[in-house]
Design a protein around this ligand. Structure first.
Ligand code: PHE
Length: 330
């Protein structure tokens, strides 16, 4: 029986031990064969023989159980080791999103005016003729309506062509003084390198008692704003025309690409046009029922700002959703 014990101790895996178990304790195993010898043992010796055999069996069983425990816990160790996870390892980076450059630019613009106590207003994108044109001193058949390539609905509604109708809505809803900006999407039938049918504007409007709001105020805030956006640029105001402001101006910054030398981006003038503005036309105040007030207004295209700030040559690339472009703004 001693070499049987050896067999148990030498089993070096659970499979090997299982083989040993069948060999010893199985129906056709060594122990079964020993017990079968009982019938040949003479009567008086039977008891001692059986006792001896049972003792041996118990001893073997104990060795077997002990070996089983050892091998089992070794096996568990092995599995734990092979399935261990190194939590300090870097994983593969998941794709992550980022703010779109147009929204980032819009936020930067909004931040500037909010810091100067401007309220942020909004209005509907589907507008009517009154708010988008009529109240802004653009009567029907006025030739200046041609400047706005309007999308019309069959029922007479339209997609707002600028954020200026929010001026009208805000003035009709509140009393002066007013100090507001209106960021939002606008729509025009236009599509080329620098135009898309949907783009974004930020409108500005300041209204206060007559004589309190001047062109000088407008000039100083816009100059400071443009230097906040573009750095150390020169700013110039050029006489222009908008039906809702009088006088009106377009505002240029010194070209940030050629530093005044003249290049293709600034059409060799050394200047880049960035926004429109002016003193609110009295007819606009009349349309909203305001009396004895003065005000200035301005409007700018957010995409144009984003293109200049990030040197993006084709406006349309901002709206194609190409991840290779967007990834550059993470
Ligand atoms: N609404 C004008 C445009 O879309 C911009 C503007 C706004 C000009 C306010 C003057 C005053 O071109």
């Amino acid at each position: 029986m001693e070499n049987l014990e050896e067999k148990i101790i030498q089993a070096d895996s659970l499979e090997a031990l299982e083989k040993v178990r069948v060999e010893l304790f199985g129906k056709k195993g060594v122990l079964a064969a020993e017990f079968a010898k009982m019938k040949d043992v003479p009567g008086p010796e039977k008891k001692a023989f059986a006792e001896g055999l049972n003792k041996s069996k118990a001893a073997l069983q104990a060795s077997f159980d002990a070996r089983y425990e050892v091998l089992k816990s070794e096996e568990i160790e092995k599995v734990l080791k092979s399935e261990a996870i190194d939590v300090s390892l870097y994983g593969t980076l998941a794709q992550k999103g980022a703010l779109h450059p147009v929204m980032e630019t819009m936020d930067k613009i909004i931040d500037y005016f909010v810091a100067l106590n401007f309220a942020v207003e909004s209005g509907p994108m589907v507008e009517d003729d009154f708010h988008n044109f009529e109240a802004l001193n653009l009567p029907k058949y006025h030739p200046a309506r041609d400047m706005q390539d309007t999308f019309y609905f069959k029922d007479g509604g339209l997609l707002r062509t600028h954020t200026s109708p929010v001026q009208i809505r805000t003035m009709m809803e509140t009393k002066p003084p007013i100090r507001m900006i209106a960021p939002g999407s606008v729509f025009r039938r236009d599509y080329d390198l620098t135009h898309t049918p949907m783009f974004h504007q930020v409108e500005g409007l300041v209204v206060d008692d007559k004589g309190k709001v001047s062109f000088a105020n407008l000039k100083s805030i816009l100059t400071d704003f443009l230097q906040y956006m573009f750095g150390d640029v020169d700013v110039r105001f050029r006489p222009s025309f908008f039906p809702f402001t009088e006088p009106s101006a377009e505002v240029d910054i010194s070209c940030i690409f050629c530093a005044g030398e003249g290049c293709r981006v600034c059409s060799h003038t050394g200047w880049l046009e960035v926004l429109g503005c002016g003193i609110v036309d009295p007819n606009v105040f009349k349309a909203v029922g305001y009396e004895d007030v003065s005000g200035y207004a301005f409007g700018l295209g957010v995409e144009r700002f984003a293109m200049l700030m990030h040197k993006i040559p084709d406006l349309r690339s901002l709206f194609e959703g190409d991840i290779r472009l967007l990834e550059q703004f993470r």
